[in-house]
Design a protein around this ligand. Structure first.
Ligand code: BAL
Ligand code: ZN
Length: 876
């Protein structure tokens, strides 16, 4: 497929101003009638052909201004409809198409999930419903009439506000509903749902007094799992008014949860459709992480109403315009709902584990890509998470007030438009008076800058000198990099643990506590520094960079105890653990004895016993870097078995060294009624982290205590934590616990996903066999994306030592699944395929096996455009 390039953007020659859709639903033959009001743009020559996008469509009728048009005046294929000489005056084009929702396994366009008709149109699914200018810069007002058998689909939902509904004359078994959305929108925000659904209802009054009916629709019997989602929605609506000044703009806001969904959720105007994983929660089936995710995703989709829907993207290259900004907004929301420090640490962990490897390998791309062959492959951690980091840096640079003024201007100036990153940045440049042209490089350049800092202190001159450089390693299509604007928040910590003052700084701009780098190499000199400070750099992770600032273990331990910035306190303990683990990896590779460093054991002991710290923060600080994090640090010639051994050795040493402290922490586990809030969740996280180390220790009663927690747990967080320790540690009782878990949750598919996932991520040599068996289990469903993700994807991304088995069998297994899946659901297949992206970092034997698996995929016939794109880039 030819690449689509940003530089080739031009507006469509025609626009579609209004859409009246009539959808006659039937499982195998849904009839769609679209009446499009089309206008030629003034720059378009009369007679210019009109080319509409299609996707596997069957045309059943076609007329212009009410008159069927002769066959010689158009050409049609399932993927394209071309009017050779359309009227030069505004006209109405009526198109009939027939589609088969039941046959739609790719879950784009109109499909059925557990019998419910639903749609997914972003990015290019609307063209699978009718022929259209299916691009985000064509904004139309939609009216949708939905008609279905009343018994099959008593609930009929569309975008916007409900207008009318009732029985269909002369067809007693059918009924209809009409929905009208007054806000012009791109086709990717179209949605429709029809099915036999239950709902919960609530309401919200906006700050200007608009009453909004809120409803969450779910399968019957799941109504009692919607409370948290509804509560999150109301909090999101209020927060967006208070913090961003954004008010809701329709009479209803509907959310529908479906069980077959490619993405997490979708922000269709007034009718969000969700993967049910991000809606349904109760004590028995959802973990604390699930609760936090639901809160964040509900907020994210709601926030899109302004950042995405009212102001949308001119073209798909601008995807980060809505996604990066909206992720930033949902992160801020969660920070306000929970602990800001804990949220920041969690977000940075996610960024480093998902985005950094993407940015360092063959799939690296700028936050705003310049070309794509399949846009579905650009819903990436780079566009989303790095995109959010870029917005965060923008806020740091222009300040909180400048940021507020900039977003106010953006909302006011671009409301109702499809726009660009340039237009977005211009708002902030204008209100702050800052030139942001150099900063804009963050949108253009791929790769994670490596910032190296060497410091020297001169006691006589009382000065501190930093030699700073920044560099991005060469990437495919990006041999050289340019230096970026990098805001480095910092502090100089004195021996008393407090931040020190200094007189002046030369060699870089400093604004408050922020050093602003802009050159490849800079020498920065602080004067008036009264003693050698401990240097705390990149506080709050103020820029998405890799920081190398050599620091002794003792200095890291000092900062882990004293840094006034909680993020850097956490980072100091992580860096310390990482350095220690990397030494253990080298020892494991050399076949030496693995002896843990005492300074790490001490620091972890202090955190464990420091009751003054927030439990959630302590839990995070006690977590070791993951196997994949260590592999990323090692960078090349990675042997995941050595990494696993090193990590296991340190876990065991931590457990055995601190057995008494751990026992004490375990005894503090709280009982009482379940509370899903952040504070109670933090206590559970700490208790379960302590349990994990205890399970890794040489305590003779470790297995007993874990089994006991599994049996007694009254919530999913604790039950799953115990099950994971039993299964991953191959402890006595593991098989019985797996069976008990499956029996208990046989009818909850989200809980069963966890049952598959625990087994898929066990770092055991038997796991591949287990996973193979599970892929043939009666409860496995290869058509359900969540189930595939919980087994195959979890194995490929959450089990580095077994996916990366030295015999290549892990790679081969995943490749088989990519190929099988590709024919049914290319989007999910291509996403699974991205787990190979770091294949060149393995040691030689493993990387040759991984390459062979990729070659086999590449040579398959009829590979989808989605998978072709990923495999080609991985092998390039
Ligand atoms: N727009 C796709 C799903 C999301 O990012 O909200
Ligand atoms: Zn989004």
């Amino acid at each position: 497929a030819p690449a689509i390039r940003l530089e080739d953007y031009s507006p469509a020659p025609y626009t579609i101003e209004a859409v009246a859709l009539d959808m006659q639903l039937a499982p195998k033959a849904t009839q769609v009638h679209a009446r499009l009001t089309i206008r030629r743009l003034t720059d378009t020559l009369p007679g210019t052909p009109l080319v509409l996008d299609g996707g596997g469509l069957e045309l059943t009728s076609l007329s212009v201004n009410g008159v069927a048009i002769p066959v010689e005046s158009y050409t049609v294929t399932p993927d394209k409809l071309e009017l050779l000489s359309p009227p030069s005056e505004p006209f109405e084009l009526e198109i009939g198409t027939r589609i088969d929702p039941d046959a739609n396994t790719q879950l784009e366009g109109l499909y059925r999930s557990s019998g419910t008709y639903c749609t997914q149109c972003e990015a290019e699914g609307f063209r699978r419903i009718t022929y259209f200018l299916d691009r985000p810069d064509v904004l139309a007002v939609y009216t949708t009439r939905i008609e279905a058998r009343k018994s099959e689909a008593p609930i009929l939902l569309g975008n916007g506000n409900p207008v009318e509904s009732g029985p269909v004359p002369d067809k007693p078994e059918r009924h209809f509903a009409i929905w009208h959305d007054p806000h012009p929108k791109p086709s990717y925000l179209f949605a429709m749902v029809a099915g036999d659904l239950a709902h919960v209802a609530d309401s919200f009054t906006t700050r200007s007094g608009r009453n909004v009916d809120l409803k969450i629709y779910v399968e019957h019997g799941r109504e009692d799992k919607c409370d948290w989602a509804m509560d999150s929605l109301k909090r999101s609506m209020r927060w967006d008014e208070e913090v961003f000044g954004c008010e809701y703009d329709l009479d209803v806001f509907n959310i529908v949860a479906v069980s077959d969904f490619n993405m997490g959720a979708m922000e269709n105007k007034g009718l969000n459709i969700f993967n049910d994983k991000y809606v349904l929660a109760d004590q028995d089936t959802a973990t604390d992480q699930d609760y936090a995710n639901i809160e964040a995703v509900i907020a994210h989709e709601y926030f899109h109403n302004w950042t995405g829907n009212r102001i949308t993207c001119r073209d798909w290259f601008q995807l980060c315009l809505k996604e990066g900004l909206t992720v930033f907004r949902d992160q801020e929301f969660s920070s306000d709902m929970r602990s800001r420090a804990v949220k920041r640490i969690s977000d940075v962990r996610l960024l480093k584990s998902h985005q950094f490897p993407e940015d360092a390998g063959p799939l690296a791309h700028p936050v705003r890509p310049r070309k794509y062959t399949e846009i579905n492959n650009f819903y990436t951690a780079t566009v989303y998470e790095k995109g959010a980091e870029v917005v965060r840096m923008l806020k740091t640079l222009v300040g909180a007030d400048g940021f507020k003024a900039g977003t106010d201007l953006y909302f006011q100036r671009h409301d109702g438009e499809a726009t660009t990153i340039e237009a977005f940045l211009a708002c902030f440049a204008e209100v702050s008076g800052q030139d942001l042209s150099h900063f804009a490089l963050w949108y253009e350049q791929a790769g994670t800058p490596l910032v190296e800092v060497e410091s020297s202190y001169d006691a006589t001159a009382q000065s501190l000198t930093l030699q700073i450089s920044q560099e991005i390693a060469p990437l495919p299509g990006q041999a050289d990099s340019k230096p970026a604007v990098i805001p480095i928040r910092f502090g100089l910590i004195g021996s008393d643990g407090a931040d020190m003052s200094f007189d002046k700084v030369e060699g870089a701009e400093v604004r408050q506590d922020c050093l602003i780098l802009s050159q490849r190499r800079q020498t920065v000199r602080f004067s008036g520094v009264s003693e050698r400070p401990a240097l705390s750099l990149l506080r709050g992770f103020s820029a998405p960079v890799k920081l190398h600032a050599p620091e002794k273990d003792q200095d890291l331990a000092f900062r882990a105890a004293h840094d006034s910035d909680p993020f850097n306190r956490w980072q100091a303990s992580q860096t310390l653990a990482t350095q220690s683990l990397l030494r253990l990896v080298r020892a494991a590779e050399a076949g030496e004895e693995l002896v843990a460093d005492s300074v790490v054991l001490d620091v972890f002991g202090s955190i464990l016993s420091d009751g003054s710290l927030d439990p959630a923060f302590r839990a995070l600080s006690l977590q070791l870097p993951g196997e994949a994090d260590l592999a990323r640090e090692i960078g090349k010639n990675v042997d995941p078995t050595a990494v696993l051994k090193a990590r296991d050795a340190l876990r065991a040493a931590l457990g055995s060294t601190h057995m008494d402290l751990l026992r004490a922490a375990l005894s503090q586990r709280e009982s009482g009624p379940f509370d899903p809030g952040a504070e109670a969740a933090g206590k559970r996280a700490l208790a379960n982290q302590a349990l994990a180390y205890f399970a890794a220790s040489d305590a003779s009663d470790a297995a007993l205590i874990v089994n006991d927690l599994f049996d007694r747990a009254d919530n999913m967080t604790d039950r799953l934590a115990a099950l994971t320790l039993l299964v991953h540690g191959d402890l006595p009782g593991a098989q019985a616990a797996l069976e008990a878990f499956r029996n208990r949750h046989e009818t909850s598919s989200l809980a069963l996903d966890k049952w598959f996932m625990v087994q898929a991520t066990a770092p055991l040599s038997s796991t591949l066999e287990t996973v193979r068996d599970l892929a043939g289990h009666r409860l496995f469903d290869e058509n359900n994306p969540n189930r595939v993700r919980s087994l195959v994807h979890a194995f490929a991304t959450g089990n580095p030592s077994q996916f990366g088995r030295p015999d290549g069998a892990g790679f081969s297994f995943v490749a088989d699944h990519v190929l099988a899946l590709d024919a049914r659901n290319p989007q999910v297949a291509a996403r699974l395929l991205t787990c190979f992206r770091s294949w060149r970092a393995y040691e030689a034997q493993r990387s040759s096996h991984a390459e062979a698996a990729l070659q086999r995929i590449s040579e398959a016939e009829n590979l989808s455009r989605d998978s072709r794109d990923i495999v080609d880039r991985c092998l390039q």
